[in-house]
Design a protein around this ligand. Structure first.
Ligand SMILES: Nc1ncnc2c1ncn2[C@@H]1O[C@H](COP(=O)(O)OP(=O)(O)OP(=O)(O)O)[C@@H](O)[C@H]1O
Ligand SMILES: [Mg+2]
Length: 351
């Protein structure tokens, strides 16, 4: 039964500030958004991608599945951040089975962790253009501890983790599902609360992928240290609540300083691309994650990056029933839903 119900996986994006769940169904009229939900994670429960309070997070996930009315328990989750490394490497041409045997040895020089501490995966891309007898291989390495933590968390929530994906791949999948643009060079950038994922695509494949420790939480931290307030108070002020101790122009300055940092890091990634592919042009920058909602950031990036900046709408290519989902809500949460939607595209038999 191809694409039968039993193949369906629910996309579960466990962010450090918000967990999102998405379920897609295949109908004869195309793909449909079946369920979606989002819930807050209290500060401190997940820090730098590490799950410090699994019981609390598992309880939030259980509750979220109830409120979003998701019955399916087979899920695809993702990991990201500094514990995941994705790199295009060159190795001597050999059959896949042989590379499977030697990948640890090949990978060792590219991985800044003890090789026995990581799970490795790879995909052979084809012959290397300029090196005879060599092939391009896409290498993915993730710290075992991190993968185990996420698998255990999902199990603790009463669910069945079928696929553990990499955030940047999930983002690429949802981009490709929504935008029918073949071979255009684009930069996909997800700015979450505590991490930013950068993925530059050339000719439909990724040529640069990196996660950096930048995110919206930096704004909260600056407000908290200035006003000596709690995280939640800082969150309200960040969203524009008046505060006697922090005039609006000072708030703007804080936001401006943080988003300037983000733009510097993004420019670094774009420069890497232009150094390696001087004849190519990045046609668009596509933003997702909570950070994509910050207008000042979009404006600054557009002026610095010499490419148009857009916000990803992960629901673009899907039927979304207005009776089940308020259009304004769908528009508002779109950027933050991108990774969960990318995960919901995965199927049980996927690697
Ligand atoms: N309009 C907005 N202005 C400022 N910040 C915003 C806005 N909308 C969302 N955010 C911020 O976005 C963050 C949440 O984004 P997102 O859901 O992408 O993060 P996450 O997936 O939980 O984090 P991460 O992926 O880094 O672990 C929060 O810090 C929130 O305050
Ligand atoms: Mg996220």
């Amino acid at each position: 039964m191809l694409f039968g119900k039993k193949d369906i996986l629910v996309g579960l994006d466990i962010g450090s500030r918000a967990v999102k769940v998405a379920e897609i169904s295949d109908t004869k009229n195309g793909r449909r958004l079946k369920r979606f939900g989002m819930a807050d994670i209290p500060p401190g429960a997940i820090t730098d991608g590490a799950i410090s309070d699994p019981d609390t997070v598992a309880q939030i996930i259980r509750q979220l599945f109830k409120t979003a009315n998701v019955k399916e328990t087979n899920v695809a989750v993702s990991i990201g951040g500094y514990s995941v490394i994705v790199k295009k490497i060159n190795v001597q041409t050999m059959p896949e089975a042989q590379l499977q045997e030697t990948i640890h040895f090949e990978a060792e020089q590219y991985i800044p962790f003890d090789i026995s501490d990581v799970n490795l995966d790879f995909q052979i891309l084809g012959e290397a253009e300029n090196n005879a007898g060599q092939m391009n291989v896409f290498l993915v390495a993730a710290k075992k501890e991190m993968v185990n933590d996420y698998v255990n968390l999902v199990t603790l929530a009463g669910l069945n983790p079928c696929v553990v994906d990499v955030e940047a791949f999930a983002l690429q999948n949802i981009y490709e599902a929504n935008y029918d643009i073949q071979g255009e060079n684009v930069a996909l950038i997800d700015i979450g609360a505590s991490k930013t994922s950068l993925n530059i695509l050339k000719d439909n494949s990724s040529v640069f992928m990196r996660d950096v420790a930048l995110g919206c939480i930096q704004i909260n931290q600056k407000i908290m240290s200035l006003l000596d307030c709690t995280y939640d108070q800082a969150e309200l002020i960040k969203f524009g609540e008046e505060n006697k101790k922090l005039p609006a122009d000072e708030r703007r300055q804080i936001i401006s300083a943080v988003v300037t940092d983000w733009c510097t890091e993004i420019r670094r990634a774009l420069d890497f691309f232009y150094t390696n592919y001087p004849d190519d042009q990045i046609k668009r920058i596509i933003l997702s994650g909570g950070g994509a909602n910050i207008a000042e950031f979009r404006k600054l990036l557009a002026s610095e990056a010499s490419a148009p900046v857009e916000t990803l709408n992960p629901f673009n290519g899907f039927n979304v029933d207005e009776k089940s989902f308020e259009p304004e809500y769908i528009r508002q949460i779109g950027p933050q839903a991108a990774i969960a939607m990318g995960l919901a595209l995965r199927r049980v038999d996927d690697k």
